[in-house]
Design a protein around this ligand. Structure first.
Ligand code: UD2
Length: 301
């Protein structure tokens, strides 16, 4: 990738920012397209060229993609809650803009690596979840990511565009946004740093597959160079972690005296989510490397 010109949409976001920085370190010429609605300037590496614009605007995307070899399409409205409240708005960003990126990539002969999501699977009947598991998303957000994931495959089949969709599981790491709608790891760390209590929703036996952002970056780099395009891969660790176990790991590291309290389960919460990882390992050569313990140590500094 050292010779490549790369565009990272959403490059001022949590995942896009980490990706843009690694691409710069590898010697790629990097452009970041972001509207800074939730993105932050400090996440964008100094060596990247910033385009402050709307990913739904075709002329902005065409300009940003001129001479680009590979597009990492991370721009999205990632809030499940917002997709439930304003599905037309999130559809426009999560589906229409992805279609625009694909169409521009078709003209520009660029590869597209797309940030898909485990949300496309909805509440799976069995775990681990392999890529062919039935997809019944339980939110507009999940449905939007599924439509975009399908468009990526279709653009490969119909037009020969090189596309890869990466279905991210629960991504965490430094620089993730805090606040009420942040991921559970960021939330538990904030709660522990405030001295507790750490609030588990439900009995804490629900499971998630927590994947460190540095592994997500590695999956993207593999997707940018693989010969197997036109397909989708899970990006997870294959390890299930119970939320009560996560609460204890964070408490022990940050505030050993803090209480862990159990409340009502979240409405519509998914009981179990863990990635099957063999397809990504065998076809993409990607395996997550960072254990949750190491990832938490890294996060907590
Ligand atoms: C993740 C993604 C979401 C979507 C979804 C698809 C993140 C941040 N969100 O949602 O975008 O892709 O997967 O399935 O990656 N919890 C507590 N206490 C808290 C906060 C959360 O117990 O204070 C629990 C929560 O009820 C859930 C688990 O922790 O059981 C994970 O919650 P989350 O919001 O981090 O992520 P998730 O899997 O619901």
């Amino acid at each position: 990738l050292s010779e490549a010109t790369a565009l990272v949409t959403g490059g001022a976001g949590f995942i896009g920012g980490h990706l843009a920085r690694t691409l710069c370190e590898r010697g790629a010429t990097v452009r970041v397209l972001d509207d800074f609605s939730t993105g932050a300037r400090e996440r964008v590496p100094d060596d990247a060229t910033v385009i402050d614009g709307d990913v739904r605007d075709d002329s902005v995307v065409e300009e940003a993609m001129r001479g680009v070899d590979v597009v990492f399409h991370e721009a999205a409205i990632v809030s499940v809650e917002r997709s439930v409240d304003e599905p037309e708005t999130t559809h426009a960003v999560n589906v229409d803009a992805t279609l625009g990126v694909l169409e521009t990539a078709r003209e520009a002969d660029a590869r597209v690596v797309f940030a898909s999501s485990a949300a496309i699977y909805g509440a799976p009947e069995t775990v681990p979840i392999d890529e062919s598991t039935p997809k019944e998303p339980s939110s507009p957000y999940g449905l939007e990511k599924l439509a975009a994931d399908h468009y990526c495959r279709l653009y490969a089949d119909l037009y020969g565009v090189e596309t890869v969709a990466l279905r991210y599981f629960n991504v965490y790491g430094p620089g993730q946004r805090g606040g009420p709608y942040s991921g559970v790891i960021t939330k538990f760390v904030e709660q522990a740093r405030a001295g507790g209590p750490i609030t588990v929703q439900g009995d804490g036996t629900q499971t998630r597959d927590f994947v460190h952002v540095s592994d997500i970056v590695r999956a993207n780099l593999a997707a940018a160079t693989t010969e197997r395009t036109g397909t989708a891969y899970n990006a997870g660790t294959g390890r299930a972690v119970e939320i009560r176990e996560l609460a204890a790991l964070i408490r022990d590291r940050v505030a050993p005296d803090a209480d862990i309290v159990y409340g009502d389960a979240r409405t519509g919460d998914i009981r179990a989510s863990v990635a099957a990882v063999s397809k990504a390992a065998e076809e993409l050569g990607f395996e997550a490397e960072t254990s949750l313990a190491d990832g938490l140590d890294d996060l907590l500094g």
